[in-house]
Structure formats: structure tokens, C-alpha cells
Design a protein around this ligand. Structure first.
Ligand SMILES: [Cu+2]
Length: 160
């Protein structure tokens, strides 16, 4: 009875950790979390991706490219206000991920731009996106699609 109870307790402690771990990707010194995208209307030409990247290392890194099979072309973008108008432009040199720093790509700021979408992004689907870093290399992770127009990721529904 006793070992079984210990096992059950261990599992209960472990379960939330496991579901959380699936949302966290490690690539060398980088910890990548909170990857999400937005559902789009069926014929939308573009979509956007957002993610948080933490650099636990002692040397700077850089997000230099993004790839996904859902789009014909993907770019790293910044968004700025220009006389009250939001403007996007490509960051040709990517985004620096400073040593010990955390960079968040989010609506209204830096983002991943999926251009020439082959089809709309459906809500609650996971879109595989490859992030390419100058030093850490590349990694593919799932970007979960929040509802159309969302300004933040969808709430995670824990399945039991
Ligand atoms: Cu953009």
C-alpha cells in the first residue's frame, strides 16, 4: 500500500510538470516558450507568429530566420507607429537574443510573418514552425492557433 501511495503522489506531482514541459522547448542555451499564432479567415494572405525566447547562456544569439510549410515565404518583422499608423517592416538581420535576456515577440511588436499563406490557419490547430538561430541552430515547434484577432494566446485547456 505504501509504495503505491508514494507512486501516486509522485505521479500527481509529475503530471503538471509534464504538460508544462511540452510547452517549453530547449535549444542549447535557449528556452523557447509561449509559441502561438492566430487563426485567419480562409483566404487571408498572411498570418503571424509569436513566441518568447530566453537566453540562459553567456553569449548573445540571434533569431535569423523562420520557416513553415503553411506559407510560401516567412519573415521576421517589426511593427512601429508612424504618425499614428502601424507599419511593419522586415528585420533583415533578425532579432538579437542577448545573453541572460528574454525577448518576446507579440502583437503590436516584433513578430513572425507568414506570407503567401497556402490556406487559412484554423483555430486550435498546431502549426509547425522552424526557428533558426545564429548560434544555437534550429528547432521546430508547434504554434497553437488562438481565435481570429486574438491579442494573446488561447487559454490552455487541460485535458484529464
Ligand atoms: Cu508583419
Amino acid at each position: 500500500m505504501k509504495p503505491l501511495m508514494i507512486l501516486a503522489a509522485a505521479f500527481m506531482l509529475l503530471a503538471p510538470t509534464l504538460s508544462h514541459a511540452s510547452m517549453e522547448t530547449r535549444l542549447g542555451d535557449l528556452i523557447i516558450t509561449g509559441a502561438w499564432t492566430r487563426a485567419t479567415p480562409t483566404r487571408a494572405p498572411t498570418g503571424a507568429g509569436f513566441v518568447t525566447i530566453e537566453n540562459k547562456g553567456s553569449s548573445d544569439d540571434r533569431l535569423i530566420a523562420v520557416r513553415t510549410s503553411i506559407s510560401g515565404k516567412s519573415e521576421i518583422h517589426t511593427m512601429t507607429m508612424d504618425n499614428g499608423v502601424m507599419r511593419m517592416r522586415q528585420l533583415e538581420d533578425g532579432i538579437a537574443i542577448p545573453a541572460g535576456g528574454t525577448v518576446t515577440l507579440q502583437p503590436g511588436g516584433n513578430h513572425l510573418m507568414f506570407m503567401q499563406l497556402k490556406q487559412g490557419i484554423a483555430q486550435d490547430t498546431a502549426v509547425p514552425v522552424t526557428l533558426v538561430f545564429e548560434k544555437a541552430g534550429e528547432v521546430t515547434l508547434d504554434f497553437l492557433a488562438a481565435p481570429v484577432g486574438s491579442l494573446k494566446p488561447a487559454e490552455m485547456h487541460h485535458k484529464h
